[in-house]
Design a protein around this ligand. Structure first.
Ligand SMILES: Cc1ncc(COP(=O)(O)O)c(C=O)c1O
Length: 450
């Protein structure tokens, strides 16, 4: 059993003996292509607390990589999984039909931005949803090229990897990738790739796409779609300025280029709205891709598209285990729980509190260079020097390792950003417990800065 108090409980400094033993086997028997943050060996979890195999309890500030938005083992999700598992665990949606997939499609269509009719393609994971969006836009438009951003992450299968551009290791020795993608700079204002300052820059990063890309070497007539993360996830929780996406969408519409909104990390309530793109008023993407939090811990993903884009012929795209009925039943409950428990409101409220506390810390600890985020998708970028903004990558790793030892499971993204993505059910009390651990770690690491 987990303790009910929302605070860390360390009974043996992690990794304890059982964790060490299992972790050694994990390192020995599982693919070397994965690289974790620290040896947290999870055994069970409830709400915002994850318990390891030695009995340590951690506050989960990463939600299992932005998956457990409604918290771990939510009773309604567990009940739905059990009930559906007793009735039907599989019956390939691309050849047959079952109720949970229809229910989830209807729910997704309701919460996705835009009033025009939509249809849903289901798959298993995020990369696969983006692959579906690539194929769909190419089939519909008969155009071959794509646009995406530097610093982006859209998955690791070959086509999705062609879009992904946040770390060389994700692509090294894997060429050729197979897809024609041009990457343009993301509006990362803290580190503007053009060394300009917002708003005086007048958002040259949008005009750049037109002037230097579409007009010079990447013909719009051959461009099917642009893939966007409304807030870059793996790239460091980077938030574009408030007038950015309306201006970008206008440009894409001008050239008949579709917008695919990758909400795999930022969607399903994480930012205090169903989808992060809704923070940019009036922007309606042509396709939205979701995964991660949708299944409440079970693997499922989807591409939700304007109906006219789903004109691909029967047999042109399908899968066997996508849209699994148990995962769909869990997904329906995830959406109901977010609505019934008013978790969008809670994400907004707790996110504002988190930001306030982090700003107070920033006053005390110059290692915190930039703070940004929406709702409960918040990043604190650590720097060695506020003037030079040199990334404090090693220091960010030290902070999360210290937190791990003290019972807070928090991770980094980008080069040196601490990412805050707790379950949306988090309370003020749990937030305070977590921030106490975090502040202790930041204070110590900040003191070591020369
Ligand atoms: C924005 C975004 N897109 C796509 C993916 C890929 O999802 P998956 O790992 O389920 O393939 C991720 C995963 O982190 C992501 O953050």
């Amino acid at each position: 059993m987990l303790t009910t108090k929302p605070e860390p409980k360390i009974v043996v400094t992690p990794p304890g003996p059982k964790a060490k033993e299992l972790f050694a086997k994990y390192t020995d028997k599982l693919s070397r292509s994965v690289v974790g943050f620290y040896p947290l060996v999870a055994e069970s979890a409830t709400g915002c607390i994850v318990k390891d195999v030695d009995g340590n309890e951690f506050i989960d500030f990463n939600s299992g990589l932005a998956v457990m938005n409604v918290g771990h083992s939510h009773p309604r999700v567990i009940k739905a999984i059990k009930e559906q598992a007793e009735k039907l665990t599989h019956y390939s949606w691309t050849d047959f039909c079952y109720a949970p997939i229809v229910d989830l499609a209807e729910q997704l269509i309701k919460i996705t931005p835009g009033v025009s009719p939509k249809q849903v393609f289901f798959a298993n994971g995020g990369a696969e949803a983006n692959e579906a969006a690539m194929k769909m836009t190419r089939w519909h438009t008969r155009k071959a090229l794509f646009l995406a951003y530097t610093n982006s992450f859209h998955g690791r299968t070959f086509a999705a990897m062609s879009l992904t551009a946040s770390k060389p290791v994700q692509r090294r020795h894997f060429f050729p990738l197979g897809q024609e993608v041009t990457h343009v700079p993301y509006p990362y204002c803290y580190r503007c790739p053009f060394h300009l300052t917002y708003p005086e820059c007048n958002m040259w990063c949008v005009d750049f796409i037109e002037e230097e890309v579409l007009k010079k070497f990447h013909p719009p007539e051959d461009t099917a779609a642009m893939f966007v993360e409304p807030i870059q996830g793996e790239g460091g929780y980077v938030v574009p300025p408030e007038d950015y996406f309306p201006r970008l969408k206008k440009l894409l519409d001008k050239y008949d280029i579709l917008m695919v909104d990758d909400e795999i990390q930022s969607g399903i309530g994480r930012t205090g709205k169903w989808f992060a793109i809704e923070h940019w008023a009036g922007v309606v993407p042509d396709i939205v891709t979701v995964a991660k939090a949708l299944g409440g811990g079970l693997p499922i993903s989807a591409a939700i598209a304007k109906e006219e884009l789903m004109d691909w012929e029967g047999g042109s795209h399908a899968n066997t285990t996508g849209g699994n009925p148990v995962a769909c039943a869990a997904g329906v409950q995830v959406i109901n729980i977010i609505r019934d428990e008013r978790l969008l409101e809670n994400a907004t409220r707790q996110g504002a509190y988190l930001m306030k506390r982090l700003k107070e810390m920033q006053q005390k600890y110059p290692i915190i260079g930039d703070l940004r985020g929406k709702g409960l998708m918040v990043g604190a970028e650590l720097v060695k020097d506020q003037e030079t903004k040199e990334p404090a990558a090693q220091e960010a790793t030290e902070v999360i390792n210290k937190c791990f030892k003290r019972g807070l499971a928090i991770i980094t993204s980008g080069k040196s950003t601490i990412r805050f993505a707790p379950p949306l059910i988090i309370t003020r009390e749990t937030m305070d417990s977590a921030l106490e651990v975090l502040e202790g770690a930041i204070k110590e690491v900040n003191a070591q800065l020369k």
